[in-house]
Design a binder for this molecule. Structure first.
Ligand SMILES: Cc1cc2nc3c(=O)[nH]c(=O)nc-3n(C[C@H](O)[C@H](O)[C@H](O)COP(=O)(O)OP(=O)(O)OC[C@H]3O[C@@H](n4cnc5c(N)ncnc54)[C@H](O)[C@@H]3O)c2cc1C
Length: 387
């Protein structure tokens, strides 16, 4: 048997870490406390940097052509007027790849299928009871359908999400999650012929609509606390009743039970190191951010790919993890800061501020797109390191 890696959490970050480490030769076990991996009702945008991460994990080819965002996309006002338009294909020339739009179940399924057979344990909770040192393995307590057991591991990946119990226990001085200032609803609606992908910015409300590969529509709505959070879906529908087509119809087409609702939270900063002993903190556990630039999952994919390149079964794991952290931490902090900056104007509720924001974007026209692209360039142009 090779050296063992235990991954805590079967979200995007955990599954991708399991795939990356298995490809590097680790004997991997991925532990997920939920009894199934089915994420309900939402899509996910996979930006060019993460498309290349999927390639490095050997699953990019399965989605590249199928799910690429195509045609016109842009920013609109609630009355439908465009603030900004561009072609989705521009992304390929600017950032080397197009953005993919997948159903979450599709992405999770691809990653899970790429794991070695039998390496995923569902319905199993894990607690990291000892992070280990250079000379001592880490220890993880598992409890699941086959009972309780303690497992020694040469490497542990804690991909247990924003509420990470591993972070709370072993990163005592790490910042705790804080409210993001808004609530988000997400759902997948039936197809709308001729749908144009867009994000519409109102006063403290943002609505996104985007076609999935199978024609269905992924939609999200975020409402700032300052705009007043609707008590239920009926109230949300009423608030958006006079927004441009097809927003009211999309909201009317879904059952209440098929809509996800979350109060958004974020970590104010990443911990001082993403590694402790033989434990790596990956994905939202390390750097949960607001979804405004759609990079939370993308950064989790990057974490995993770099981990697989930098930490091999033959290495001094604790030392290799510190080097991995030194490489990843400045990058994820940059993306966290950027997502917080972009979120700011979407939370504005004052009529004057919103009018000035919209007028500014319209006046700058294509320049807004160019400036936005320039700001995003360092994020979206990332390439996996060479093995
Ligand atoms: C509204 C919204 C829209 C978003 N849109 C995008 C987007 O378009 N693009 C993008 O890249 N990102 C997006 N994100 C962010 C993205 O969803 C997250 O960054 C990503 O899912 C984080 O994955 P993760 O694996 O780190 O954590 P999670 O998905 O939270 O997974 C953690 C897993 O660990 C499991 N777990 C926890 N504790 C234990 C334990 N003790 N034992 C076993 N298992 C455990 C949990 O059950 C869970 O399955 C969005 C987020 C939101 C809220």
């Amino acid at each position: 048997m090779g050296r063992t890696a235990v991954v805590v959490g079967g979200g995007i970050g955990g599954l991708a870490s399991g795939v990356a480490l298995a490809r590097r030769g680790w004997d991997v076990t991925v532990v997920e406390r939920a009894t199934s991996l089915d994420p309900v009702g939402a899509g996910i945008a996979v930006a060019p940097n993460a498309v290349r991460a999927l390639d490095a994990l050997g699953v990019g080819h399965a989605t590249r052509d199928l799910a690429a965002l195509q045609g016109e996309v842009g920013l609109r006002r609630p009355d439908g007027r465009w603030l900004l338009r561009s072609q989705a294909e521009d992304s390929a020339s600017l950032f080397g790849d197009r953005t993919l739009l997948l159903h979450r179940a599709q992405l999770v399924g691809l990653l899970a299928d790429a794991l070695p057979a039998g390496s995923l344990r569902l319905g199993t909770s894990a607690v990291v009871t000892d992070p280990g040192t250079t000379s001592r393995p880490a220890r993880v307590a598992l409890s699941g359908p086959s009972g309780a057991a303690d497992l020694d591991a040469d490497l542990v990946v804690a991909a247990d999400g924003i509420g990470s119990a591993t972070r709370t226990r072993w990163w005592a001085s790490a910042p705790a999650p804080v409210p993001g200032g808004s609530t988000a609803w997400r759902f997948v609606a039936p197809p709308v012929p001729g749908l144009v992908g867009s994000e519409t910015w109102g006063r403290g409300i943002v609505v996104g609509v985007a076609p999935l590969a199978d024609g269905r529509v992924y939609s999200y709505v975020s409402v700032a606390d300052a705009a007043g959070i609707p008590a239920d879906l009926g109230e949300l529908r009423a608030r958006l009743a006079d927004w441009h087509d097809p927003i009211p119809a999309l909201l009317a087409s879904v059952d209440d039970g098929a809509v996800l609702r979350h109060e958004l939270r974020r970590l104010p900063d990443a911990p001082a190191s993403l590694a402790a002993g033989r434990v790596a903190l990956v994905g939202d556990a390390a750097h949960a951010m607001l979804p405004n630039i759609g990079q939370g999952g993308c950064q989790a994919l990057e974490d995993a790919v770099v981990l697989g390149v930098r930490v091999g079964p033959e290495d001094d794991v604790a030392a290799a993890l510190q080097r991995w952290s030194a490489e990843r931490r400045p990058r994820v902090r940059q993306v966290m800061r950027m997502s917080a900056r972009v979120a700011g104007p979407t939370l504005w509720t004052s009529t004057a501020a919103v009018a000035a924001r919209d007028a500014g974007m319209r006046a700058l026209g294509r320049w807004t797109a160019t400036l936005g692209a320039r700001a995003l360039q360092p994020v979206l142009s990332w390439h996996p390191p060479e093995p």
